[in-house]
Design a protein around this ligand. Structure first.
Ligand SMILES: Nc1ncnc2[nH]cnc12
Ligand SMILES: [Zn+2]
Length: 322
């Protein structure tokens, strides 16, 4: 039973965390038809491309600063109730611009949500700005420049998500340089839809302290040794990997092999309602199906806090709560 364990999450996309009931309420408010991406109260998609389509459609239901404050509060209230003391939310200023909210109002709404939930539950949260790979290097650089210029104490990291099979990692190195030079923490999606070579490219060209997913590093023992040696932390999302068919089922998932190879691993929900999961369920799966003990789960939570994009005083405070 993992319910009582303290938890931390490094990898959750805010627009991927919209509960279907909230999406329906927003759709009703704005007079949007939901049949193309929802059925019987659940999101509908069949592969990564259609997942991204459904994700974009749901993002389009949030159109104001208040909408984003509501979404942030809804997710963080649930996460705190499940025992989480820390959360990093991946945010996409690109989505905000696409729906006409504007990145500043978007970030202001999310910031309000973070502060409201922290005041009532104590959960700490930071924003990690995400550039979308399928939008190309120029848009990703725009996102990096936006994050670098913001100087917002709640916005502490930079990431790239989206269609991993598009473009070469090298094309995005400049965006990450901009973010790193501004003092932001660096993580990148790799080794999810593409194989071990994408993880190698990320390490060589981006020099992240963390990798989103990274699970297909398991295809290359030399790479596993390198990840362990360099202490790079993997943001592992088993429910997402199984839902997207990266691995056929949980017993086949490599979380145990990664951990046994000495790689630092953490548990995350990615886009929870799209993958019928939650952070709590990820801990339960790791416990019941993968056989991790409570001590091993606590180690993953500690790893997440140690790798969090926070100042050292906040990190010490969070570690003291474990
Ligand atoms: N699992 C995932 N991989 C890449 N980009 C994403 N954006 C939202 N979820 C994602
Ligand atoms: Zn992700």
């Amino acid at each position: 039973m993992t319910r009582l364990l303290r938890k931390a999450e490094l990898h959750c996309h805010l627009e991927g965390a919209v509960p279907p009931a909230l999406a329906l309420a927003q759709a009703r408010r704005y007079g949007v038809a939901t049949d193309a991406f929802m059925k019987d109260g659940a999101y509908v998609w069949h592969d990564f491309t259609s997942f991204l389509g459904a994700y974009d459609a749901v993002s389009g239901l949030f159109r104001s600063e208040d909408d984003y404050a509501l979404l942030t509060e809804t997710y963080l209230d649930d996460l705190a109730a499940a025992g989480a003391i820390y959360s990093e939310l991946f945010i996409s200023p690109d989505h905000a611009e696409a729906v006409g909210v504007g990145a500043d109002a978007y970030v202001a709404g999310i910031g309000r949500g973070i502060e409201a939930v922290r005041a009532r539950s104590g959960i700490e949260c930071r924003m990690v700005v995400v550039g979308l790979r399928h939008c190309g290097p120029e848009r990703v650089e725009w996102a990096a420049r936006y994050a670098a210029a913001a100087r917002n104490p709640l916005m502490t990291g930079f990431n790239m998500a989206g269609e991993e099979r598009m473009g070469a990692v090298a094309d995005f190195a400049r965006a990450f340089d901009i973010a790193r030079d501004a003092g932001l923490g660096i993580t990148i999606h790799a080794g999810e839809l593409s194989g071990a070579s994408s993880v190698r490219d990320a390490l060589d060209l981006i020099r992240p302290t963390r990798i989103g997913h990274g699970v297909r590093a398991v295809e290359d023992p030399g790479l596993l040794a390198r990840l362990a040696d360099e202490g790079v932390v993997l943001e592992v999302c088993p429910g997402s990997n199984v839902a997207l068919g990266v691995f056929p089922d949980f017993p086949a998932h490599p979380l145990r092999r990664l951990q046994a190879a000495g790689v630092k691993v953490t548990l995350n929900s990615d886009d929870p309602p799209f993958f019928k999961t939650s952070l709590e369920r990820e801990y339960e799966i790791a416990s019941r199906i993968m056989g991790f003990s409570d001590e091993e789960l606590d180690t993953m939570t500690r790893t997440a806090i140690e790798a969090a994009f926070v100042d050292e005083e906040t990190r010490a405070r969070l570690l003291a709560r474990l």
